[in-house]
Design a protein around this ligand. Structure first.
Ligand SMILES: NC(=O)c1ccc[n+]([C@@H]2O[C@H](COP(=O)([O-])OP(=O)(O)OC[C@H]3O[C@@H](n4cnc5c(N)ncnc54)[C@H](OP(=O)(O)O)[C@@H]3O)[C@@H](O)[C@H]2O)c1
Length: 251
């Protein structure tokens, strides 16, 4: 399969879903650039996927702006940016503030820094696509994931609220909401992970959705639909159901 995107930039491209996406887009003939913090791991990933490494921390706004400028000015316009870098940090008891701050800095503000860097350039180039990787965990308040889930819920809101403005600038904004994917990010999580899939399968679904121009790419459907249904329940029932489930899972 060949891709409609000529030049693709993927943040968090050294591991998990981002690495699988880099491989998929390289194989589809796109010129791929990947970013993450650890330069050696990024170099290995670039070598394995035939992409170009650009190390950065998404919480460093200037570094994000420089990376976008470097690709744009040395190689040409980015037509697809996949803002996938994300993290999940363990939380100590009685610590929601610090934990939430860390999650918001990477998962929400890291995305906003990249969107702000891409937006004027894409508008001037006459358009482009930006895909933001949030999570099904952001659909509703799930127990055990206060910091991570809140950052992903905020990210979903951010994308939906910004869609209109970017559309006017000729930029397509896409929302990617994966369920459980077998990557280092979920390796330490002891809660059940129903319908977990491989990074390659997640990347296949994301590429298929982006090539078709879908706004939201949420998978697997058998997890996304029950969560959407639960979202429509009165909150008292939802809270009761989750506390029952938690009592069964965490003994
Ligand atoms: N796995 C799942 O079940 C799942 C489900 C729903 C959504 N997601 C989302 O999918 C995305 C990818 O996650 P994954 O599961 O593939 O995790 P992963 O294998 O841990 O990969 C995370 C990637 O992000 C990079 N990264 C982390 N913090 C960064 C920072 N501050 N600046 C730049 N890069 C950073 C990591 O490299 P460095 O550490 O070297 O920076 C790595 O390349 C995340 O946004 C995650 O929230 C995952």
């Amino acid at each position: 399969m060949s891709s409609r995107f000529t030049r693709v930039w993927i943040t968090g491209g050294s591991s998990g879903i981002g690495l699988a996406l880099a491989r998929a887009y390289s194989e589809a003939g796109s010129e791929v650039f990947i970013s993450a913090r650890d330069p050696e791991r990024l170099r290995q990933a670039a070598k394995a996927t035939g992409s170009t490494p650009l190390p950065l921390d998404v919480t460093d706004r200037e570094a994000v702006r420089d990376a976008v400028a470097q690709i744009w000015e040395t190689h040409g316009p980015i037509d697809l940016a996949i803002l996938n870098a994300g993290a999940s940090f363990p939380r100590k008891p009685n610590d929601t503030y610090e934990n939430l701050t860390r999650h918001l800095e990477v998962n929400l503000l890291g995305v906003a820094a990249a969107v702000d860097a891409l937006w004027p350039r894409m508008r001037e180039a006459g358009g482009g696509s930006i895909a933001v990787v949030a999570s099904l965990a952001g659909y509703l308040g799930l127990p055990g994931t206060v910091g991570y889930g809140t950052s992903k819920a905020a990210l979903i809101y951010y994308v939906e609220a910004l869609w209109h403005e970017l559309q006017k600038a000729g930029i397509d904004l896409h929302l990617i909401n994966p369920g459980f994917v077998e990557t280092p990010l979920v390796a330490g999580n002891r809660l059940p992970k129903p319908f977990m899939m491989s990074p390659a399968e997640a990347a296949r679904r994301i590429v298929e959705g982006l090539e078709a121009g879908r706004f939201e790419i949420a998978f697997p459907r058998r997890l996304a639909w029950p969560l959407r249904l639960l979202r429509a329940f009165p909150s008292r029932i939802r809270l009761w159901l989750f506390s029952r489930a938690l009592a069964l899972w965490v003994k």
